[in-house]
Write a protein that binds this ligand. Structure first.
Ligand code: RIB
Length: 298
């Protein structure tokens, strides 16, 4: 199975701060660094480092060489990448002393994916292949519909959650990789109880498969016939940016290799824990060898 990830690529402009800036306040950053990021790029890097065959489609601007290099050096196929004349997408990220982040994204080239471009990329893939999408690029809903017309499996990480998601043909999605907030929004319920969120999601999308990540409280896989859970590995957080993307990439990689769900959740949880202990979104993503070594020790 080949994996096509049509997703964002961002230059992460990252400010280490003692604590997040408040309204009307000006604060001094402790450090400024730039990393490769974007939910799409992070997930492709995680997929490749987990050993999957992944093709990244998306767009970079004239300043995007470091993003393309990151993908290629990680083993991601970049044949279908689009190069535009404008600026690449970027993110402004604050990391506080506890490793938590807040993020503003600015779309740039990520918003230049046209329906024609998506059609031309999908032309290289077929029913044995999987399309992975997030919510940081243009025409995501269109890509879902077209991929299903071709018989592809579709996995959606609807992140960051916003109103655009409601216009996507969500009933066509085979795999949802979601956090608690996204789960509540998709299910259309207020409850914060995982059991209620899971029940509501299955009622709304009975044929779909779900991964529900609950931060400190672990992660569930569930579908109409199966449910599995894995707790998090507790590590000291240095930078949580990209931890969810690492989990998502490792999960899809495990699926593509036909591993059982319990093994996939363990590997994805370990990969995510390792990434939390490292600086930067894409640079912090571990290889499968590192994940296996971590699992032997923990
Ligand atoms: O999920 C983390 C990512 O979100 C960052 O790399 C940033 O670019 C934003 O897309």
């Amino acid at each position: 199975m080949k994996i096509l990830n049509i997703g964002s690529l961002n230059i992460d402009k990252t400010y280490s701060v003692k604590r997040f800036v408040q309204p009307k306040e000006t604060i001094q950053a402790l450090k400024y660094e730039e990393f490769c990021g974007g939910k799409g790029l992070n997930q492709s890097v995680a997929l490749a480092r987990a050993g999957a065959e992944v093709y990244h489609a998306g767009a970079v601007g004239a300043d995007g060489a470091l993003l393309v290099n990151m993908l290629e050096n990680s083993g991601v196929h970049t044949d279908h990448l689009l190069k535009t004349a404008g600026a690449s997408g970027h993110a402004v990220i604050q990391i506080d002393e506890s490793g938590q982040n807040n993020i503003i994204i600015c779309g740039g080239a990520n918003r230049e994916l046209t329906k024609e471009y998506i059609d031309s990329v999908l032309g290289h893939f077929g029913p044995e292949d999987l399309l992975l999408l997030q919510n940081e690029t243009s025409n995501v809903g269109y890509a879902i519909g077209k991929a299903k017309e071709k018989g592809m499996t579709v996995a959606l990480n609807p992140s960051p959650a916003d109103d655009a998601i409601k216009s996507f043909p969500l009933s066509l999605v085979d795999y949802f990789i979601i956090n608690e907030l996204e789960g509540r929004e998709l299910a259309g319920i207020e409850s914060e109880e995982p059991e209620k969120i899971m029940a509501a999601l299955l009622e709304k999308f009975p044929g779909a498969h779900f991964v529900l990540t609950l931060g400190e409280n672990g992660a569930y896989y569930f579908d109409g016939g199966k449910k599995a859970f894995h707790d998090i590995f507790r590590v000291k957080a240095v930078d949580t940016t990209g931890a969810g993307d690492t989990f998502c990439g490792y999960f899809i990689a495990g699926l593509s290799k036909g591993l059982d769900v319990e093994t996939i959740l363990a590997q994805a949880s370990a990969a995510s824990a390792i990434s939390v202990g490292r600086k930067g979104a894409a640079p912090g993503i571990p290889t499968m060898a590192e994940v296996k070594e971590f699992l032997e020790r923990n």
